[in-house]
Each structure stands twice: as structure tokens, then as C-alpha cells.
Design a protein around this ligand. Sequence first.
Ligand SMILES: O=C(O)CCC(=O)C(=O)O
Ligand SMILES: [Fe+2]
Length: 293
Amino acid sequence: MDLLQEYNENGFVVLKDFLDKSKIESLENAIKSNIKFFMEKNNLKITENFHDEGIIQLNKIRKQKNQFDSIQVIYNTIRKLPEFQQIISDEKLIKIVKELCGINQINKNASPYIWEGFIRIDPPKDNTYELKWHQESYFTLPNSNAVQLWAPIINETKKEENGTMTVIEKSIKLGEVPHHIVRQNENYISESIIDENVKNINLPKVNFSMKPGDVILFHQHLIHKTFANNGSKVRFTMVANYSNPYLEDFKFMNEEEVVIFHKKRTVNAEENMDYINAFSKKGGVKDFKTIAN
Ligand SMILES: O=C(O)CCC(=O)C(=O)O
Ligand SMILES: [Fe+2]
């Protein structure tokens, strides 16, 4: 079975040992240097595996009121590293993405639109930003047959340790499943499929043990989430979203429009207009506490 067939059948493909080792190493060094910079600023001791300990300690500091949030700055800095942009724009990778999102079938010289690219940092035993089951079509350009990339760096990812990606196999056959606005905790609200609706889906769940260099590419309608990080190491993951802007019904929207568009079409949008109006752009609300339910 070729990659496209496998993708259309299961909703995802896993590419083992796919990314260039030296490019990963350059990115990892750049990230570690950024973490080290903030550790030194905070007078934290630099040990051998300082990057894990650094994130854990800086995450504790961020939770103390009125303390400078280095994690937020690290997040925003490392997503713009040229070493990261290079990996998500890698020729070999884009060639496959073009096949999966249907660009090759339209024009082999055309290329996808990178809607999103960032590096997620999940410290151990902190479930503040844990996402529930969802489909990426609620977070990307509408009608763009988007492909999502998820790939670990620095540390490998395993279900029982620092958690990893899990998907509902073949759930793309269900098409888009309605999402709700779900208040997860004091600090976080997300759009996701409520547990009750997930329970009714009779398809197998699979998860992937991944090493740096491995990549999972999945369809915008594949239902997925990650397991909590219950290990001792930080989970660092590259996330990118590629869309096909050449489809018949594709309509370009800017970031703000996309965010509002999807929130407004959730099942319980009407009861959550305060929250929706407070959102101005991607990742736009920092303090959910001030928003009324
Ligand atoms: O890494 C995570 O926790 C969430 C990832 C995710 O939902 C995605 O990559 O689409
Ligand atoms: Fe996702």
C-alpha cells in the first residue's frame, strides 16, 4: 500500500527515522541554548541534562504570581528558530505533504500554506494545557484538506512515561464531528469533542512511541489527543499544519477570522459569546479567569 492509500485508509502515516539527524541536532542545540539563557537569568544551576530541569524549574517560577514568565518567551522564541522553520519546510517532507493534502493532484509545482508551526513544551505532571479529543479541522483554514505534523525532539515520547500522541484509527470516515467549547480548568478553555460523544465511537485507539527523527502526519478529520506527561522528562514536540489553498471551496481567512469562525460553529457557541468575543487571535487569551462562563 502506498503512503496516500494508507493515509486515506487510516487517517495517518508514521514516518520512522525520517528527519535529517544533523538538522535535528542543530535545532535541539538552539532550543537548549535558549533554555540555558533563561536558566542563567534565574540563577538556576546548569547540570548535564539541564534542559529538562530548566523547564521544570522555570515552569514552577511562572506559576508564582508576579514572576516573569520565561516559558512563554521560550515558546514564542523557539517557534521562530530558522532551524525549526527548516525542518518543517524540508523538501522531502513537503513532497509527501503535497501528496497527502491533494496539491500534487492539482499542480505538482504548487506548494502548501504553512498555517501553523510551533514547538510544544509539556513539563511533567502539569495538565494545565492538556488537550481533549479533537480534530484539527476546527483549528485551521476551512476547506483546505489540512495535514497535521507531530514529531518529538530532544526526548522520545512514550505513553507510560512523558505521554505521546494517540488517535482513533479510521475516524476520518466519520467526517467532521461537532466540537464543544469546554472549560478544562481555571486557566484553560479548549474546543473539543465531549467525552459522551467519543464514547459512542466504536473504533480502535492507537498510540505511537516516537523518537526524535520520527514524524506522524495525520488528516484534519482524524480524532486525536495526547496522553498526559506523567514521566520525569519534558515532552518537546514539533507541530505544524499544512493546508491546500487550491481547492474549489477554499476561502482565505486571516488568523483572527479563522479563530472566530471555528469558535462560532461549536455546539455551545451561543452560551459562550463572552469567551468568543474575548478572543482576538490565535492563542489570544492568556487569562481565562476573567471571562465569565
Ligand atoms: O501535543 C499535544 O499535546 C497536542 C498536539 C495536537 O493536538 C496536535 O498536534 O494536533
Ligand atoms: Fe491537534
